[in-house]
Design a protein around this ligand. Structure first.
Ligand code: AMP
Ligand code: ZN
Length: 459
């Protein structure tokens, strides 16, 4: 069965054909680490994780590269305003390097909480300054950039295909430009290298052939993607806001440096919105996985909520919708944990599942298929379990790992024995503690010490 994916570049669903047999190379734009990722950002990473898992299900070894933007991303994508990292440093009273580390660690924790697979390569922009300088030199050698008083800019008029990804009306933009271009030759030109302001000591700056400064945001992605995946690889992803600026600029840079489109397929996740505006770090409601956990939500219920919609449609966040996702996921997990092992996946369900997920990642139909399966009396419970295991390889809801809440099922005498054991341990009366453990085992329970006491479970 073929895998078909929507390619923003061609604006059509295309069969996925890898450049190298058996390998899928995937680059996903990662976080700008000046703040926590909000659950909107995380929706994009969940979509990319489903893509990776689908590629794996189809037998590909996935080379999955994600960058960490720890320098160069200015408050406005149009190269104006402060550097987001230095701004984050000023907000928190920490150094730009410290906040990069704090929010990179938080990002890794978010991936774990949402069961998003760790990228095979995670690369920081600040660890790749020489590669970025070299890429800018290649652009300079093609005479496709120029110098202004504050930096080196890509001259987009030198790339006849500039903006094709976004179907940008470059001429219209140029003529209708009311925005102040400053020293830029074209409104769409963008910074490759910014000079450190003469009157200000930046925390993050490097020497370069053009003067002390820091790289623009766009060059980091094309330079690192080419380093780890080659000048042309299979799939490049990001949120849909990247189509008109960031990814258009990455493609222009790759035209100049390597004579390629950088990636064969360009895929974009749509937005999570709150109250009709997109969730963003600078405005609106800013929700993180920690907010969810504080409010006693399982982050995987948020993952379930995201998977109910197609990645190419915007979704509206609401607590009511998340509550429904919690209920549905709990029902699904409870059903699963009543079933026995040892079954196999019925071929009609396997076929259906593959046809849905290989049809541009139709996760909502895959979820609906699980509900059909739960109700289907013609399928044995063991086969149902095997089928959910298969589907969950892609959905990543960790259905098999979930532990039903059993506290209510534990008889009071077992709890009493566990309490006596804990007291004995506190008294360093190991013989009594061991005896209580054995008595518990005889009742069919085991006890585990936890950070806040103990947990009793059936053996
Ligand atoms: P950033 O950390 O701002 O560079 O963004 C990280 C990723 O999240 C990028 O791929 C963005 O396109 C994406 N993104 C930003 N806001 C949203 C949103 N509200 N919903 C979904 N994805 C988003
Ligand atoms: Zn990027």
């Amino acid at each position: 069965m073929t895998l078909n994916l929507f390619d923003t570049y061609r604006r059509e669903v295309r069969e996925f054909v890898p450049l190298k047999d058996g390998i899928a190379s995937l680059y996903c734009c990662g976080p700008t680490v000046y703040n926590y990722a909000h659950i909107g950002n995380l929706r994009t990473y969940i979509f990319e994780d489903v893509l990776r898992r689908t590629l794996e299900l189809n037998g590909y070894k996935v080379e999955h590269v994600v960058n960490i933007t720890d320098v160069g991303h200015l408050v406005s994508d149009a190269d104006d305003g402060e550097d987001k990292m230095e701004k984050g440093a000023a907000r928190t009273g920490k150094t730009a390097w410290e906040i990069a580390q704090i929010y990179t660690d938080a990002f890794m924790e978010d991936l774990k909480r949402l069961n998003i697979k760790t990228p095979t390569t995670l690369c920081k922009a600040t660890d790749h300054i020489p590669e970025q300088i070299e890429a800018i030199q290649q652009i300079e050698a093609k005479d496709m950039c120029y110098r202004t008083s504050d930096g080196i800019y890509f001259d987009t008029s030198k790339d006849p295909n500039y903006g094709y990804l976004a179907r940008l009306d470059v001429e219209g933009l140029q003529q209708g430009a009311r925005v102040d271009k400053g020293e830029k030759r074209n409104v769409t030109d963008f910074a490759l290298w910014k000079f450190s302001p003469p009157d200000e000591q930046r925390q993050m700056e490097w020497d370069s052939p053009w003067g002390k400064g820091f790289p623009g945001w766009h060059i980091e992605c094309s330079a690192m993607a080419a380093k780890y995946l080659g000048p042309l690889f299979d799939i490049h992803c990001g949120g849909k806001d990247h189509i008109p600026i960031h990814h258009s600029n990455e493609i222009a840079q790759a035209h100049a440096c390597y004579g390629t489109n950088l990636s064969n397929y360009w895929m974009h996740g749509y937005f999570l919105q709150t109250d009709k505006e997109k969730m963003s770090k600078s405005s609106g409601e800013f929700l993180t996985t920690s907010t969810l956990i504080e409010k006693k939500y399982d982050p995987l219920a948020y993952r379930y909520f995201c998977l109910l919609a197609h990645y190419r449609s915007d979704i509206m966040f609401s607590w009511e919708a998340l509550d429904s996702a919690v209920k549905a996921l709990t029902r699904m997990r409870e059903a699963y944990h009543r079933w026995s092992d040892g079954g196999s996946v019925p071929s009609d369900y396997k076929q259906k599942f593959l046809s849905y997920i290989n049809d541009d990642l139709n996760t909502s139909r895959a979820i609906a298929l699980i509900w059909d399966l739960i109700k289907d009396n013609a399928v044995s419970e063991a086969d149902k379990k095997a089928t959910v295991n298969l589907i969950d390889q892609v959905l990543g809801l960790e259905i098999s790992l979930w532990q039903p809440a059993r506290v209510a099922d534990i008889p009071p005498e077992a709890i009493a024995l566990a309490e006596k054991r804990q007291q004995a341990r506190a008294d360093k009366d190991w013989a009594t503690a061991d005896q209580m453990r054995d008595e518990l085992a005889a009742l069919g329970y085991k006890v585990k010490d936890t950070s806040d006491g103990f947990e009793v479970k059936p053996v």
